[in-house]
Design a protein around this ligand. Structure first.
Ligand code: GLU
Length: 302
């Protein structure tokens, strides 16, 4: 597929939150890190709403994101991309991978995968390999399904996801994969990508015709993003993005992984754990300048 991103000649940064809750301090850190690095490098700053999960995304959270970023005083370009309006773009990318035989339908439920893994562990006494997020690698049951059988089951309406055949994908990419990481001083180092540690990742979910990995790669290319600034929690997943970029003929941006804010138990701040939202902090009298100072962005330093 031919992607022709707008070329302004300037570095392009983006902050890409998912609207399944109000923003918290961790998001503020990510948005401010993007702002600081964009300013330092004379770059553009885009906002992208990652709302492919139509069951969890809510319009009031989208409005809340805009309100909170505005309150923090971060100036994004007015054109905001909403992923839910671009499912066609992700379908086109998926189609290109399907045409090359790199994608297969998988009818296994999570419970079936868990049961298969547990049975293996009992039988062999050995632990099943996990991906970097701690989930079991997909055992591969549907990888070898007869194409005719796969078509029969999917046309019969059996729920399924679409997975990337990682072994085939790595052969198709044809070389060792790497990408460049930049630091706040602009120094760059090359990092090896090891997508095989993720196994056959999901590219389209049962209820959503894409996945985070596919949508983020397509959008970064379509928006001409040159510098991705994201938390260290997404560092390992970048390996998947790099292999997808290679397969789709898309450029690989430079990456910067910022620190994460942890709660008292040493866990990453998360909406699901009721971390205090920026809106609550604001209502309790905290000012944007306090947040910038607390996160060490007072002087615009990355
Ligand atoms: N939407 C993702 C999140 O909120 C981040 C996307 C990215 O930086 O690639 O965690």
């Amino acid at each position: 597929m031919a992607f022709i991103p707008p070329d302004s000649g300037k570095p392009v940064f983006r902050f890409a939150p998912s609207p399944n809750g109000r923003l918290h301090l961790g998001h503020a850190l990510s948005a401010l890190a993007n702002e600081a690095l964009a300013q330092k490098m004379g770059g553009r700053l885009l906002l992208r709403i990652e709302d492919i999960d139509l069951t969890r995304s809510r319009p009031e959270f989208v409005a809340g994101i805009v309100e909170d970023l505005d309150w923090l005083g971060i100036a994004f370009e007015p054109d905001v991309r909403r992923q839910s309006q671009h499912f066609d773009d992700y379908a086109a990318a998926l189609g290109a991978l399907q045409e090359r035989g790199l994608v297969y339908p998988c009818f296994c439920s999570r419970q079936e995968i868990r049961a298969e893994v547990a049975a293996y562990e009992v039988e062999t006494g050995r632990p099943w390999p996990l991906d970097p997020d701690g989930a079991p690698l997909y055992p591969g049951r549907c990888r070898g399904l007869e194409p005719r059988e796969a078509i029969r089951r999917s046309t019969a309406g059996e729920p399924h996801v679409l997975r990337l055949d990682m072994a085939k994908a790595l052969i198709a990419s044809g070389k060792a994969l790497s990408y460049a990481v930049f630091d706040a001083d602009g120094a760059i180092r090359t990092v090896e990508a090891r997508p095989e540690r993720w196994g056959d990742v999901v590219l389209a979910r049962k209820d959503v015709p894409t996945s985070y990995h596919l949508a983020v790669v397509v959008d970064d290319a379509l928006q001409g993003v040159t510098h991705v600034v994201r938390g260290r929690d997404l560092e390992a997943a970048t390996d998947i993005h790099v292999v997808l970029q290679h397969l789709l003929g898309l450029p690989t941006p430079l990456y910067h992984f910022h620190r994460l804010l942890l709660d008292e138990d040493g866990r990453k701040l998360a909406k699901s754990r009721q971390s205090e939202s920026l809106a609550e902090l604001r209502d309790s009298g905290v000012r944007p300048v306090d947040i910038r100072r607390q996160l060490a962005f007072a002087s615009g330093a990355g």
